[in-house]
Write a protein that binds this ligand. Sequence first.
Ligand code: NAG
Ligand code: NAG
Ligand code: NAG
Ligand code: NAG
Ligand code: NAG
Ligand code: NAG
Length: 447
Amino acid sequence: MRLLTVLCFLWLSVGVFARHFPLKVKNVADFNYVATPCSSNTSSAWLDIILLIDNSATMGNASLRQIGLSLSSEFSQYTIGPYGSSASRVAIVTYNAGANLIGDFNALSTIQKITAALTSIRQTNVVQIEYGLYDALEIARDMAQLAYEQCTSENGFYHQPNPAAVVLFGAQAPFVDSIDKITQVANQLKSWANLITVNYNVNSVDLTNFLNSIATPYMNLSVSKTLYDDLEFNLMQTNCFCDFGPQLSAFDPVKNRVVKYAECSYNSEELGLTWGTAEALCNSYQSNVVLAPLTSSLRYNFTVSIYQNALPGFMVDPIYIGLHRNSRKAWVWYDYDGSEIPDSGSFSNWAPGYGFNSTGDCVAIQGGNAEKSSSYLWINAACNITTTNIDNARCGYHACDASNMYQSALAGLNHRCVIFESDVKKKKAFEARRKLLKETRKNKNKA
Ligand SMILES: *[C@@H]1O[C@H](CO)[C@@H](O)[C@H](O)[C@H]1NC(C)=O
Ligand SMILES: *[C@@H]1O[C@H](CO)[C@@H](O)[C@H](O)[C@H]1NC(C)=O
Ligand SMILES: *[C@@H]1O[C@H](CO)[C@@H](O)[C@H](O)[C@H]1NC(C)=O
Ligand SMILES: *[C@@H]1O[C@H](CO)[C@@H](O)[C@H](O)[C@H]1NC(C)=O
Ligand SMILES: *[C@@H]1O[C@H](CO)[C@@H](O)[C@H](O)[C@H]1NC(C)=O
Ligand SMILES: *[C@@H]1O[C@H](CO)[C@@H](O)[C@H](O)[C@H]1NC(C)=O
């Protein structure tokens, strides 16, 4: 059973929230839900977690005991194991006047070792943390960077690794004149990791302002009844990212935070693919990339906002999406595994004169050639791109998350979620993209 924190001065009046996903998410078997949530399965998470724990006298033995027990309980739900497996790793650093590495990923190789280390942390007599926090963040930065580089260089595969999660438990603010230096290290660290801060002394305005300013946006937590639920949520959000292209996210007004979903997308043109049918525009590189399913207004709005925010001259129009008539003439979408999902009819955005009964077995969204068009409405189009001359498609794939580690059959064993078969293909794709953009700009200047 989860051990909840006893210190709950805050948010007592807020009541009980839905634990993870605020927006109504239907059964995954029903494709017409709002969007795919990031996996919350901690036992299959593959995260590098670095704990930085203030053990000054200000934190005190009681809080340290509570942190140790709560974290031990949290990590007992994870699979602790070596790098390259579907498992997580934990490292612990305490800080006061200086920083002390209690155990790195190798030393803390089992949940027993992690629990023993966590529950033996005691307060020191140090009243001022001085440079301890700076040193602790430097240790975390170097560890996170090393893990990141280990990941990018695996067998020559080139891909975006999962960021590490650095969790900073703070009880006191650093000296005013060291804040700039500490902030600098925190910013460096955020190239390789999410920085989750946990405020254990909410009465200190200095500490609160400081932690809020260095945390990854929306990852500033404080002591409350829901602290360890919030922490778990942020850890699982960290273990949910896109190898390429933007990630679907939405603001949750109840929890006052941005929620990432396990969905990534990009425009086919970004890969310079211009042959075959509409379907082939997306899956030429990998079979796990499909024409984007825009089955809900959340998915549709997000896609439209990407095109609306495109730089002038980079606007593309129209753009194929995943809705199409299959060989039995039924209207279906592609799911991320390539399977067919019938359209429920619950969400559509047809332009006047177009619809389910119109000619054209594929569907494209069209902004009417106006830059930053507000409406990208649906039009029917043939699926043969030679006939339509439409060479853009919105492509989508399932994000890398706890349920999706070995995404690519082509990538071989032990690869942490890759969408490109090899760095060679990825480089070629980016070269094609650069060439295409150059030509687009040239043509635009001529016009
Ligand atoms: C969570 O992951 C484990 C593997 O670590 C798996 O056995 C289990 O079925 C998963 N649970 C869910 C709800 O998917
Ligand atoms: C904190 O706990 C340790 C170990 O139990 C003990 O030796 C120490 O005196 C405690 N410190 C305070 C200030 O209570
Ligand atoms: C996180 O930081 C933001 C901006 O500084 C602040 O509005 C919010 O209250 C903070 N959240 C918590 C839980 O402290
Ligand atoms: C999408 O945008 C429309 C129009 O602005 C809005 O009415 C709708 O609520 C949005 N949907 C979501 C899920 O935000
Ligand atoms: C499409 O055609 C079918 C059969 O002709 C008809 O029942 C249906 O109402 C039509 N749908 C629309 C949206 O016009
Ligand atoms: C697409 O259209 C072109 C030109 O009409 C034709 O040559 C080609 O065979 C068609 N491709 C498919 C897959 O139908």
